[in-house]
Design a protein around this ligand. Structure first.
Ligand SMILES: Cc1cc2nc3c(=O)[nH]c(=O)nc-3n(C[C@H](O)[C@H](O)[C@H](O)COP(=O)(O)O)c2cc1C
Length: 155
């Protein structure tokens, strides 16, 4: 008999950023998070996409259940953000993202995608929808893949 495959899940959360108000300092701090996260996620075979928007983080983590749980436990205790809230946690058939840690912030080039997702009112109410976060991340991911090496912040 074949052994049951380990389950693949995704976890979507949002939180309030505690990074610097100064844009340059903030991007440096985000770069530091990316360096730590990329290494760890590669080791744990986690793929992820992190959006920083309106003082919030929105992240999707994909991987084997235990790896995602361990990673999320570490992330939720990190002082660089607060009020970490899970939006969705479920089994998935396949991964959507290909990189261990990709990030996106609003830029003139992707402004239309952010506007279409219309996360602002949901973030203000504290109720962002999983489908909206996932949809925006997918769109940003697709866009950055098609512009590989040009629009990417961190791959
Ligand atoms: C918004 C945000 C997203 C993060 N994403 C990840 C991630 O995807 N994977 C990860 O290992 N660490 C991530 N981190 C960093 C962890 O919280 C932690 O600092 C890092 O894993 C190092 O943990 P350690 O000091 O216990 O080794 C993130 C931190 C923040 C603030």
């Amino acid at each position: 008999m074949r052994a049951k495959r380990t389950s693949l899940i995704h976890l979507i959360y949002f939180s309030r950023s505690q990074l610097s108000a100064d844009a340059q300092a903030r991007m440096r701090e985000l770069g530091e998070i990316a360096r730590q996260a990329q290494k760890k996620n590669e080791f744990a075979v986690i793929t992820s996409f992190l959006i920083m928007e309106q003082g919030h983080f929105l992240q999707i983590l994909e991987g084997e259940r235990t790896s995602v749980q361990e990673t999320f436990a570490r992330i939720s205790g990190d002082g660089r953000h607060r009020e970490v809230q899970i939006v969705e946690w479920r089994e998935i058939a396949k991964r959507e993202f290909v990189t261990s840690f990709a990030t996106a912030v609003r830029t003139p080039a992707n402004e239309a995608l952010f506007q279409k997702a219309n996360l602002t009112p949901m973030l203000q109410r504290g109720t962002p929808k999983a489908a909206s976060i996932y949809g925006l991340a997918q769109a940003l991911h697709t866009e950055s893949m098609s512009k590989q090496g040009i629009e990417h912040l961190f791959v």
